[in-house]
Design a protein around this ligand. Structure first.
Ligand code: CUA
Length: 340
């Protein structure tokens, strides 16, 4: 009976399947992907990735090539005798110790170089925008201390001007990551980390918590909306203005329902008694594109579903089911949607 190794085509087939699966994943990756960078630091990281990938491909081809060659060339033939058995070779041992060591040192130097260039702090002359990022289970709080803006799960940044992020956590370790804009930065309780980047092009970039932080880690997303400076200023002014006056009976009833229920214990609405800190600030919740940390599009229908039973949509999150009536939910949705 022939041995498994003599069926060299099995090995070739496994290698072919491996490559067939890897390459489309790399080539056809859709955003949010680090392979479509939109900042100079993300481009530095991609360049490092390409160099490391190139070196890895060369090593892969050499090693697999030798392996496949050996399997075919030296496969057992029934008539062949057992080859001469050798053990140990000083030149070979030295070669395969030194060669990988050289490769590792090269990768280390390239990595240090990229870490330095990708993490250049902006100068005061570049007039960076300061943003404080606080990770929560499972949503993101964004504070703009200079403008007095507090928002959640949706960052607005100007194009062509650096944004400088101070990152921390209110509970467990999270990781702030916008694949197209920068590397990952841990958000840790009791310690501030930092990152900065300048977005080149207007656009909406998807962010994601990149450190396992509990049941809803995967649903801890956010959006980075990069706008031309003038549009960013319009947004900032709208966010710093107090909440709009409530008009209409339904929204008015929703406002009453909000302040009479448990909502106020956890959420803040600037200019009102609602100053809760457990959940997202709702001052301008109606202007956001998503709710529940990127899980749902911000439509009245989705907001009603969310208020009705948050635990069904995002099990384990801190918002309880308040057992509200349909009339209360409709009124609350009208009020919250009016908070533009
Ligand atoms: Cu927060 Cu994962």
């Amino acid at each position: 009976m022939r041995s498994f190794a003599s069926r060299w085509w099995v090995i070739v087939a496994i290698a072919a399947v491996f490559l067939a699966l890897m390459f489309p994943a790399a080539v056809f990756a859709q955003p949010p992907s680090p392979l479509s960078p939109a900042t100079s630091s993300a481009r530095d990281i991609l360049q490092l990735h390409n160099i490391i990938m190139g070196i890895a491909v060369v090593i892969f081809v050499i090693v697999e090539g030798l392996l496949i060659y050996s399997i075919i060339r030296f496969r057992r033939r029934d008539e062949a005798e057992v080859p001469r058995q050798i053990y140990g070779s000083v030149p070979v041992e030295i070669a395969w110790t030194v060669a990988p060591a050289i490769v590792v040192v090269i990768l280390m130097i390239l990595t240090f170089r990229t870490m330095r260039t990708a993490a250049q702090p902006p100068s005061a002359a570049q007039n960076p925008l300061n943003v404080q990022v606080v990770g929560h289970q499972w949503w993101w709080e964004f504070r703009y201390p200079d403008q007095g803006i507090v928002t959640a799960n949706e960052l607005h940044v100007p194009v062509g001007r650096p944004t400088s992020f101070q990152i921390e956590s209110a509970d467990v370790v999270h990781s702030f990551w916008v694949p197209q804009l920068a590397g990952k930065v841990d958000a840790m309780p009791g310690r501030r980390t930092w990152i900065s980047f300048t977005v080149d092009e207007p656009g909406t970039y998807q962010g994601q918590c990149a450190e396992f932080c509990g049941a809803q880690h995967a649903n801890m997303r956010f959006l980075v909306i990069a706008q031309p400076e003038s549009a960013f200023q319009v947004w900032a002014e709208q966010q710093t203005a107090g909440p709009v006056e409530v008009t209409g009976d339904l929204a008015q009833r929703g406002r009453e329902a909000f302040f009479q229920s448990a909502c106020v214990g956890c959420h803040a609405i600037q200019g009102t008694n609602a100053q809760g800190k457990t959940g997202p600030d709702l001052t301008h919740v109606g202007s956001r594109r998503t709710i529940a940390a990127g899980l749902l599009e911000n439509t009245p229908e989705n907001m009603a579903r969310w208020i009705e039973n948050p635990q069904e949509i995002k099990p384990g999150n801190q918002m309880p089911n308040l057992d509200l009536s349909q009339a209360q939910i409709d009124a609350l949705v009208a009020y919250l949607q009016s908070l533009k």
